[in-house]
Design a protein around this ligand. Structure first.
Ligand code: ATP
Ligand code: MG
Length: 246
């Protein structure tokens, strides 16, 4: 039985999509069966970070409500264990049948080891659609105090929804500020009770890989961000991977 992970943040542009694609490809690289779903309705771009922008892909609505079988989800040409459903462009999040979406995820759990949901920014309908059926959460935040406070707030919202397995990924960390950031991370873990699951350094390869239409793990195999994604993928699988800042 697979697990449903939501990658979310509340704030826009923190790196949810990049982290989601990075972890999905890292898990697939290890032979795990992964379904990645772009839930950023109307603003989808997970296909770009996965290096699938030129492939045609069913949307999750095509499967949840349109009668297409889940097996027809796009298969990644470089990671055959990784399948992908894109987000619909012509339906508002409020109008999506949450029960049909949830049923799709339950079905996906039978076929995949991990189902990763790339959430939209914000804490409204799209957020609720993703958060409600998800079991485990990766909250992606920047390293500044304001970003971390926002993440803590989203953590509280998830707690109110009865969600317990919520972990923090601090993204775009400046190598020169590592020691300062460490203090902030300790603070947030104390005050918000959010355990840390990864630190991803600022790494131009993330944007370059997307610009060249390649998944990061193929574009720059050993760059800092790729290493960080692989470590998070290990932790997701239950391996002990110490959190290191370098
Ligand atoms: N570790 C990183 N180092 C450098 N740039 C990064 C890193 N992670 C993400 N970026 C860049 O930050 C920008 C935003 O990333 P991304 O689209 O993944 O964020 P998002 O949270 O999904 O945004 P949105 O809220 O709009 O969905 C992109 O240009 C991406 O290439
Ligand atoms: Mg995104």
């Amino acid at each position: 039985m697979g697990e449903i992970f939501a990658v979310l943040s509340g704030k826009g542009g923190t790196g949810k999509t990049s982290v989601c694609a990075g972890i999905a490809t890292a898990l697939a690289e290890e032979g795990k069966r992964v379904l990645c779903i772009d839930c950023d309705i109307g603003l989808r771009n997970l296909d770009i970070s996965l290096g699938l922008a030129d492939c045609s892909a069913l949307s999750f609505l095509d499967v949840a409500e349109g009668g297409y079988p889940l097996e027809q989800a796009a298969v990644h040409p470089l990671f055959p264990q990784l399948q992908f459903l894109t987000a619909p462009m012509n339906r508002e999040a409020e109008k999506i049948d949450a029960r049909a979406f949830s049923a799709l995820l339950q079905q996906a759990k039978q076929h995949f080891d991990y189902v990763l949901l790339d959430a939209p920014a914000g804490v409204d309908a799209g957020f609720r659609l993703v958060a409600a059926p998800a079991e485990r959460f990766l909250l992606v935040t920047g390293s500044g105090p304001a970003a971390i406070r926002d993440a803590a707030r989203v953590g509280e919202l998830l707690e109110l929804m009865g969600k317990q397995d919520v972990r923090l990924v601090v993204n775009r960390v400046d190598r020169d500020l590592l020691s300062t950031v460490q203090i902030t991370i300790d603070d947030v873990m104390d005050s918000a009770g959010l355990p840390l699951w990864g630190i991803v350094l600022e790494d131009a390869n993330v944007t370059l890989a997307a610009s060249f239409g390649k998944p990061l793990l193929k574009y720059a195999k050993r760059c800092p961000a790729a290493k960080a994604y692989r470590k998070i993928a290990k932790r997701i699988q239950g391996f002990h991977e110490p959190i290191t800042l370098r």
